[in-house]
Design a protein around this ligand. Structure first.
Ligand SMILES: *[C@@H]1O[C@H](CO)[C@@H](O)[C@H](O)[C@H]1NC(C)=O
Ligand SMILES: *[C@@H]1O[C@H](CO)[C@@H](O)[C@H](O)[C@H]1NC(C)=O
Ligand SMILES: *[C@@H]1O[C@H](CO)[C@@H](O)[C@H](O)[C@H]1NC(C)=O
Length: 264
């Protein structure tokens, strides 16, 4: 071969070996698939918790999950008479965003499933009640004029970064459950669609140990909400009332819950 022909020959060999087609002895070509690195496991998509048995809350359908929050505050009750069951009379809570802690996402801050399920109990038992209490109140009631201290992120033992403050949960003058979130960018005025009992192994609360409040589904009341269409209260800890001891007896019972906030 002349040098020039040799060069042509080697170029042809190089092209042939780069081709994904390989000639088999039987005259058929087969495609050689180059090796690839295995794909990482798919990141977990947050799924609304279940109580594990019995009737469950209706799913959020096509609504989009916007935040998962932990709320800490009080459930407030009033008593009609000695021996009756206290009636719900609003609630007050501060809420922090825990979306980044959801297990299995691969995020640096993600908790284990056990830590996630136990987070409301841990917040109830290891962080201070984030409310201004009424002066001289013996019942744990909040200061009516200024119940909330200045916004602050929440440090929780075993959680790497402080939880970002997202807003407040309260009942408005018309006794409508309300969430004011994200510096006023999101507002929810809800009505109760359904409630189911918390699981039997839920944290019943520390003081008093009266049981965990129901899990709830709330939807927008009369189009008054902004940027939020559905709120679920799940993984509750504490908050149920004590038996009434007297007519007019107020009760304010500490509780925590996860709130799952959806928009359209
Ligand atoms: C195999 O590939 C070679 C080179 O691309 C081609 O010339 C030949 O016809 C192919 N044979 C078959 C059976 O497809
Ligand atoms: C909470 O932390 C974030 C950073 O994660 C910060 O931007 C924000 O100002 C903090 N909020 C408060 C109320 O301290
Ligand atoms: C709590 O309930 C009592 C009645 O038991 C009521 O007087 C008080 O205003 C309520 N406080 C809040 C913050 O809802």
């Amino acid at each position: 071969m002349q040098p020039r022909n040799l060069l042509t020959f080697f170029s042809a060999v190089a092209l042939a070996s780069a081709s994904p087609l390989r000639r088999r002895c039987d005259g058929h070509n087969e495609t050689i698939t180059p090796p690839t690195t295995p794909a990482p496991p798919p990141a977990a998509v947050p799924t609304l918790p279940s109580t594990g048995s019995g009737t469950q809350l209706e799913s959020p359908g096509a609504a989009t999950l916007k935040h998962i929050l932990v709320g800490h505050g009080i459930q407030n009750y009033t008593c009609a008479a000695d021996g009756t069951t206290a009636a719900s009379f609003g609630a007050l809570a501060v809420v922090w965003d825990i979306t980044a802690l959801y297990p299995g996402t691969g995020a640096a801050d993600a908790l284990s499933p056990e830590e996630w399920d136990g987070l409301t109990s841990k917040v109830l038992r290891t962080t201070p009640l984030p409310l201004n209490l009424a002066a001289g109140a013996g019942n744990g009631g909040a200061d009516a004029a200024a119940p909330f201290p200045a916004p602050a992120n929440l440090t929780v033992e075993g959680v790497a970064a402080p939880l970002p403050f997202l807003g407040h949960h309260f009942f408005d003058a018309a006794n409508t459950p309300t969430f004011a979130l994200a510096g006023g960018a999101e507002l929810f005025k809800g009505k109760r669609d359904a409630g189911i009992p918390a699981p039997a192994d839920a944290d019943a609360g520390a003081d008093p140990a009266t049981g965990a409040v129901d899990w709830l589904r709330l939807s927008d009341k009369a189009g008054a909400s902004v940027g939020v269409s559905l709120v679920y209260r799940v993984l509750t800890a504490g908050g149920n009332p004590e038996p009434c001891a007297a007519a007019g007896q107020p009760q304010s019972v500490p509780y925590t819950a996860q709130y799952w906030i959806y928009g359209n």
